[in-house]
Design a protein around this ligand. Structure first.
Ligand SMILES: C[S@@+](CC[C@H](N)C(=O)[O-])C[C@H]1O[C@@H](n2cnc3c(N)ncnc32)[C@H](O)[C@@H]1O
Length: 210
C-alpha cells in the first residue's frame, strides 16, 4: 500500500472510530467541517426546551452543544472512548449538573431504557453500522411516543465517487434503502431535506412525530 493509500485508510478508520491524539484532532475537524449539517439536523428536531434528546455518534461533540441549548437533558452515545473523554472535558459542568449523560455504546445496542428520549439525531454515523435493522430497531425502542428521529447522511451517490470512502469500508446505502429500513422499524420518513454541504450533497431524513 502506497503512502497516500495508507494515509487515507488511517483517516477513514479515524472517522469511523476516532482514537488517541489523532482521534482528538479528527473530532475538532468534524466539528468544523460538519457544522452546517449538524446545525440543520438539530434544528429539524424542533425541540421544545423541556425535552430529553440523544445524539448517536456525537464525534467532536458539536451536536451535544447544540442540543444542550434546546433540550432539558441530553444523552450522547458513541463507540469511541476518545470521543467520550473529549466530551467529558468539554462539557464537564453539564455532566456534573446531570444535564448531559455520556455513554460508551453502539447504535445497535443503545445503553438506554425503552422510551427514554423524545428526540434523536445521528449525523454521519450510519456509514459505520453494518446492521441497519438492529440500529433502527434500537432507535425506535428508546424513542418515547411523540418522538422524532433525524438521520443525516452525505449523498451516497456523490460519496461513492470517493475511492477513499469506498476502499475503506464506508457503507454507502441508497437513500431509498434507508427510508425502507426506517419504515420497517416503525420510523417512516415524514420529511426529506436536501442541501449542498462541503462540496457534496447532504440529506436529512426526519421520522415522526411517532
Ligand atoms: C464521522 S463521525 C461523525 C460525528 C458527528 N456526528 C458529525 O456529524 O460530525 C462518526 C462518529 O460515529 C461514531 N460511531 C461509529 N460507529 C458507531 C456506532 N455503531 N454506534 C455509535 N457511534 C458510532 C464514531 O466513533 C464517530 O465518533
Amino acid at each position: 500500500m502506497g503512502l497516500r493509500d495508507s494515509f487515507q485508510a488511517g483517516l477513514a478508520r479515524q472517522l469511523g472510530h476516532p482514537s488517541g491524539l489523532r482521534g482528538r484532532i479528527v473530532g475538532a475537524m468534524l466539528n468544523r467541517r460538519n457544522r452546517m449539517a449538524v446545525v440543520k439536523a438539530v434544528t429539524a428536531l424542533e425541540l421544545s426546551g423541556a425535552e430529553t434528546a440523544l445524539d448517536i455518534g456525537f464525534g467532536g461533540g458539536l451536536g451535544l452543544s447544540l442540543l444542550l441549548r434546546e433540550a432539558a437533558t441530553v444523552h450522547g452515545v458513541d463507540i469511541s472512548a476518545t470521543m467520550l473523554d473529549r466530551a467529558r472535558g468539554t462539557f464537564g459542568a453539564e455532566v456534573a449538573a446531570g444535564r448531559l449523560r455520556l455513554h460508551e455504546g453502539s447504535m445497535t445496542a443503545l445503553p438506554l431504557d425503552d422510551g427514554a428520549v423524545d428526540a434523536i439525531v445521528s449525523t454521519n454515523t450510519i456509514y459505520f453500522v453494518d446492521d441497519l435493522g438492529a440500529a433502527f430497531a434500537e432507535v425506535a425502542r428508546v424513542l418515547a411516543p411523540g418522538g422524532r428521529f433525524v438521520l443525516g447522511i452525505g449523498d451516497p451517490e456523490l460519496m461513492s465517487r470517493s475511492k477513499m470512502l469506498t476502499d475503506n469500508g464506508f457503507r454507502l446505502r441508497p437513500v431509498g434503502e434507508l427510508k425502507t429500513a426506517l419504515s420497517t422499524a416503525g420510523l417512516p420518513v415524514t420529511r426529506h431535506e436536501q442541501f449542498g454541504h462541503s462540496g457534496l450533497g447532504f440529506h436529512l431524513l426526519t421520522s415522526g412525530p411517532r
